[in-house]
Design a protein around this ligand. Structure first.
Ligand SMILES: CC(C)(COP(=O)(O)OP(=O)(O)OC[C@H]1O[C@@H](n2cnc3c(N)ncnc32)[C@H](O)[C@@H]1OP(=O)(O)O)[C@@H](O)C(=O)NCCC(=O)NCCS
Length: 186
């Protein structure tokens, strides 16, 4: 069955590639490279196929990058992650979603190299959504809400509720979130 899935995936890649813009391609490449760094594997086309066949959340990221175009083509075998909703207009490359179920990503903008776990809500309060910097990690179950600004190189701990601005290079935890650590500048 895996062989059939992989063959079908290769076929989908061949059919869709000419219709993917350079911008979309580069974003998907950056996301994929970030996943490879996490898994400590070399990026390659066959590794891409492995990742796509194996991980729903990776498929969801690819579909998001393609603005859900071509979704019907691979959806015979390859549905995305259930209850993962990505509404943000602007998310830079290098996004990793781990598990990603029951997760809503509705930020005004998100920088490079976001890592996000399951059951996270990044969303609207009083009509405004967060701006999130580069190199941030949002751990499982965290909520980041309202028109706040999260700096660069920030870790939001599991279960944290963030309702105020967070500066660069810190770890925050708790409800309401507070700084527990300064992080090394990247
Ligand atoms: C936020 C986090 C990254 C911090 O890790 P760390 O820098 O190693 O922090 P420490 O474990 O040294 O904890 C420092 C202090 O913060 C507290 N703390 C750590 N994480 C916390 C959290 N999520 N909520 C509340 N308090 C927390 C610790 O109890 C400790 O308190 P103390 O100083 O009073 O003893 C980590 O605790 C976390 O939340 N990881 C979640 C990872 C995840 O989502 N995994 C899912 C995999 S599927």
């Amino acid at each position: 069955m895996t062989l059939i899935k992989k063959t079908y995936c290769w076929l989908c890649l061949l059919v869709t590639r000419p219709f993917i813009s350079d911008k979309e391609y580069n974003l998907i490449r950056d996301d994929f490279n970030a996943v490879c760094r996490l898994r400590d594997v070399e990026p390659s086309l066959s590794q891409f196929v492995n990742e796509f066949v194996k991980f729903k959340e990776f498929r969801s990221v690819v579909y998001y990058r393609l603005r859900n175009r071509f979704r019907l083509l691979p959806s015979l075998f390859f549905k995305g992650q259930t209850a993962l909703f990505i509404f943000s207009e602007q998310i830079e490359g290098g996004m990793i979603i781990e598990h990603g179920f029951s997760t809503v990503i509705n930020a005004k903008s998100i920088g490079r190299n976001l890592t996000i776990y399951q059951q996270v809500t990044i969303g609207c309060s009083k009509g405004a959504t967060p701006v999130i910097g580069d190199d941030c990690t949002i751990c499982c179950g965290a909520k980041v809400i309202g028109g706040i600004r999260i700096g660069n190189n920030v870790v939001v701990g599991a279960g944290a509720v963030v309702v105020r601005d967070v500066p660069d290079n810190v770890t925050v935890v708790g409800n309401p979130a507070r700084i527990i650590k300064r992080r090394e500048t990247q």
